[in-house]
Design a protein around this ligand. Sequence first.
Ligand SMILES: [Zn+2]
Length: 202
Amino acid sequence: MNKLKIDFEKVDGLVPAVIQDADSNVVLMLGYMNQEALDITLDTKKVTFFSRTKNRLWTKGETSGNFLNVVSLTVDCDNDTVLVKARPVGPVCHTGDDTCFSEENRSKTFFIDELRAIIKDRKNNPTDKSYTTSLFAKGINKVAQKVGEEAVEIVIEAKDDNKELFMGEAADLLYHYLVLLEAKGYELDEVMDVLIDRHQKK
Ligand SMILES: [Zn+2]
């Protein structure tokens, strides 16, 4: 993250910085950075701009607490725009909106990857109290059977109109499906490869 070759003279001392949610990929806001703002951003891992209206350095969240925690920082092809991938602590815009473009920043599918990591950990480092560990201990047949049971339960809820119950079964099915993949020693990415491949053949 330190080899950023920005020619600040070419850009009159300020480069635009596009801030993107590192997990959902939604564009959150745009600000400007001078050399000092960039250095502070890199040092503190909190997005810091040079505010043209305040005419001073401004760490996003310094008053609201809604910091933007830096995940990565890259410079574009001609070294005059910065792309910051960050995780927002709270709403990004001063209006209370998720983004400065009045968009919702809702995708939480990144949590699937976190869940997969937890499931893998429960397999590799068994703990007595973990339900996931107990599933792995019972073996592949039991895990597969659970996926079948959860599939039947979501079918039953699909016929009814209770969103809460349906969501519970949807979560159960997804969780047990991920456990089954892990029990088989396969990665979700391999399933994605099959889907991408099918899509490209069309
Ligand atoms: Zn805003």
